[in-house]
Ligand binder design. Structure first.
Ligand code: NAD
Length: 495
């Protein structure tokens, strides 16, 4: 990292295997969300700077594509070991720029490493299939080939994990890869790319370019970029998907969420409460799989409310660096005031605020803190039940039975996750069968698929066909080629 002044780091792009300070005159200040202190500046790169980065990735592609799969994965084994050795350092950077606790940040790096591990299986995962004698003397095979330069545009909430939903699979499949990380959290990926300098990748196989909307659009528009992976808000996911499709490119665009959990009366309330509190308030509610609405059925209403109120009150909000903190700040003052505004809107709509996390007094006022908040009797048509809050706010809604609860789930336009807490296998099966979301949790609060399963959002939470991670990633980053061959075997001929 280049230090422009002792107090602030100006981050650089990684292009063609070297660090370059962009010439853009436009830089975005990055603040520590726990203190408000200036910690870095991100260059908002222009289309010219992005084009140079994509072209360097294009130069690296032909020989990387010819490198055998077995050789392409060797750097990934080294990367796994380096990420493990630097897990605490990377977690410290995540906490510094994103605000989540150190324990949450370490868990995030673990999830990144899992994706590197799965991509090491590319020699098996990338195999096609074949059939001898599809007609007399004719054989047919399907092989998978890489696409060329591929790119990812990622959000602020998992600076260390989400880029690794894409990077290891893309390069293991033989593509070269361009990342535009979130301009709000640049430091973690800068350090990760510094580590990648040590793993033996040829220059240009991985590229890091910083910026905001202009840089993202330049990536999507560049003719050499063959595929775009995006994670962020639904508004931008839709824009990116349309823009990529207009240019004839494949795209996978993961959007926002509004996740509901249903609690049946036969659930173990203590355990459900602990798990749901972690889902709603962990990472300050800034997870795309965070539970935001809890729908209680029958007499689960009173019992769950008692448990969640008790747990919400015990969460220690504070700086993520402090080991006694169990919930950190939100990302920005704008985010803080937006969340506070939605809590007020919920009250205006008729909800009762049972725990109010606005302007908590136990933390520094220069950080961007909202403590856990619980609202009860939230009307089904309230802004709170339909808007992605992305903060530590849980709305309690009541339903008479599981069918009514499923109806409430179906009323949001999103479909990232839905969870059920129960001890009934029949109820669990009904929920799995009918819930309109792509990631389902049964007695699970954050149903985050392991790296060898697709991260499977539905509806307004995902635009595309093939998801991130696992086999879907291999299909997304390769194109199928079918070969039909005739070789005449003359049985009398000696070779
Ligand atoms: P965001 O949409 O503001 O930004 C995401 C990325 O898009 C950033 O890199 C940003 O620079 C870029 N960008 C912003 N405006 C753009 C535009 N007009 N055109 C092209 N690119 C643009 O999202 P965020 O605030 O960083 O992240 C939070 C959001 O991400 C939440 O909505 C959350 O639910 C979602 N998210 C979804 C998933 C998922 O798997 N579905 C995972 C994590 C986060």
């Amino acid at each position: 990292m280049n230090t422009a002044s002792p107090a602030c780091i100006r981050v650089a792009n990684f292009v063609g295997g070297r660090w370059h300070t962009p010439s853009t005159g436009s830089w975005l200040d990055v603040h520590n969300p726990a203190t408000g202190e200036l910690i870095a500046q991100t260059p908002l790169c222009t289309a010219n700077e992005v084009n140079a980065a994509v072209e360097a990735a294009g130069v690296a592609y032909p020989s990387w594509r010819r490198t055998p799969a077995e050789d392409r994965i060797q750097p990934l084994f080294k990367l796994k070991n380096l990420l493990e050795a630097h897990q605490d350092e990377l977690a410290g950077l995540i906490t510094l720029e994103n605000g989540k606790t150190l324990a949450e940040a370490r868990g995030e790096i673990r999830r990144a490493i899992e994706n590197v591990e799965v991509a090491c299986g590319i020699p098996t995962m990338m195999q096609g299939y074949n059939l001898e004698d599809v007609a007399s003397g004719i054989d047919e095979m399907m092989i998978r080939q890489p696409l060329g330069v591929v790119a990812a545009i990622t959000p602020f909430n998992f600076p260390g994990m989400i880029p690794f939903w894409f990077l290891p699979y893309a390069i293991a499949c033989g593509n070269t890869f361009v990342l535009k990380a979130s301009e709000r959290v640049p430091l973690t990926m800068v350090r990760a790319f510094e580590l990648m300098e040590q793993i033996g990748l040829p220059p240009g196989v991985v590229t890091l370019v910083h910026g905001g909307q202009e840089a993202a659009n330049a990536i999507i528009d560049h003719p050499a970029v063959k595929a775009v992976s995006f994670v962020g808000s639904t508004r931008v996911a839709r824009l990116v998907y349309i823009r990529a499709a207009e240019r004839g490119k494949r795209a996978q665009c993961q959007g926002g969420a509004k996740n509901c959990v249903v609690i049946l009366p036969d659930a173990d309330m203590e355990s459900a409460g602990r798990i749901i509190a972690d889902s709603a308030f962990g990472c300050a509610g800034q997870r795309c799989l965070a539970v935001s609405v809890a729908v209680t059925v029958g007499d689960a209403q009173r019992r769950f409310r008692d448990v969640i109120l008790d747990l919400a009150g015990k969460i220690r909000t504070g700086p993520g660096q402090d080991v006694t903190t169990t919930m950190g700040p939100v990302i920005s003052p704008q985010s803080q005031s937006r969340i506070e505004g939605l809590i007020a809107a919920g009250k205006d709509d008729g909800a009762k605020i049972l725990v109010d996390g606005r302007q908590p007094t136990q933390v520094s006022s220069s950080g961007y803190f909202v403590a856990p908040t619980v609202l009860d009797e939230v009307p089904a048509n309230s802004r709170l039940t339909n808007t992605e809050i992305f903060g530590p706010v849980l709305s309690l809604v009541h339903a008479c039975d599981i069918d009514e609860a499923l109806g409430i789930l179906g009323s949001t336009p999103y479909g990232n996750q839905a969870s059920l807490f129960t001890s009934s296998g029949a109820a669990a099966r009904k929920f799995r069968y009918e819930a309109p979301a792509g990631n389902i949790g049964i007695n699970i609060g954050v149903a985050a698929p392991m790296a060898y399963f697709p991260f499977s959002g539905w509806n307004d939470s995902f635009f595309g066909v093939l998801h991130g991670q696992g086999r879907d990633a291999v299909e997304f980053y390769t194109q199928e080629k079918v070969v039909v061959e005739r070789w005449v075997m003359e049985h009398s001929r000696k070779f």
